[in-house]
Design a protein around this ligand. Sequence first.
Ligand code: FAD
Length: 389
Amino acid sequence: MNARATNPLDFFQVRELLSDEERLVQDTVARFVDARAIPLMRECFEQHRFPKELIPEIAELGLLGPSIEGYGCAGMNAISSGLICQELERGDSGLRSFASVQSSLVMFPIHHFGSEAQREKYLPRMARGELIGCFGLTEAQGGSDPGAMRTRAVRRGDEWILNGSKMWITNGNIAGVCVCWAMTDEGIRGFLVDTDTPGFKAQEIENKFSLRASITSALFFDDVRVPDSQRLPGAAGLKGPLSCLTQARYGIAWGAVGAAQACLAEVLEYTGERVMFGRPLGGTQMIQVRLADMARRITSAQLLALQLGKLKDRGVMDPAQVSLAKWNNCRMALDIARDCRDMLGGAGISAEHGAIRHMLNLESVITYEGTETVHQLAVGRALTGLNAF
Ligand code: FAD
């Protein structure tokens, strides 16, 4: 028997590059995910149910709006926020999606574009997990081109009247507030719509084969009236929602690493024990080449995410860099999950193993927050200066 890597999931000891505080954050979230989330996720996925019961603990750990200073938020750096996503997604992409939407797509715009009164009204309750948010940008006619949205907000005196619908909205049916992006005479604006406002309706999308442990909804706005004080004063144009997406995509780049690590851990154990033709599967050249390729791709993705975090903490992260990382890391994780599913053989199609759940989830993760093609075109535009969308 030859020596094995100390930690096959961190082949290049990327953890050594983290500060003590970042390591503490990672370990704390990892313990929560191992003890509380992983035992639930299989059942939740099978039952098409989001584990709402975990929200108070997620909030207690400071994982909601973690990078916001004040308002009851933890004020962590970008790398710690990334590690939170990595560990949550090691459990399930649905768990990370919940936290990403709450933190990056709802708390971030309220903090970044909102008035002081809006921050005070929403952020402390959202940090405590008492109020959940959703982000309504995508519409049925096409998410890749959000500028073509049909949802409209018309001003009547001190009020806005919203009409339209949104599709594929994470957390929609458990949200108390929706950040709704709508077209106005002055271009796209963002509105904080309390979901008990008359004319608002959320309808859960059933029968998904992916992200089954996450709530996805269609939203309907039928003459929904909101006062001008519910408009995000600092957001004008498509830049508003796109800057939120940059935050969330950053988290996905880290999260995908966690999903891939979960699959690799499972398949290493399985191929180490399963004996085929008189030796463990893991002792065959073909399986080792595939495992080595996974370690190579996970390592590259980890280093990419870490450098992206360093750029973000320095305030110089470019959206095209986020596109490259989101594209690379989602593709890496999806390919690894599929390959792990295959190496588990017939057992790989059973919910007994996590690979197929991660694989199915990652089909959403590679699609939402900009499809793979959209990110490739964003990188292409940054390289050439030419817009090919
Ligand atoms: P389309 O935009 O119709 O794309 C279809 C295909 O065309 C894709 O392969 C795409 O890559 C390709 N394509 C598009 N443009 C081009 C081009 N110029 N050249 C070549 N190919 C192109 N949205 C929200 O607003 N809030 C949420 O919380 C949210 N959560 C989601 C949760 C889930 C589970 C899912 C599946 C989606 C969620 N979305 C959410 C929506 C998501 O962001 C969109 O699905 C995504 O942006 C793609 O849009 P689409 O589904 O309309 O596909």
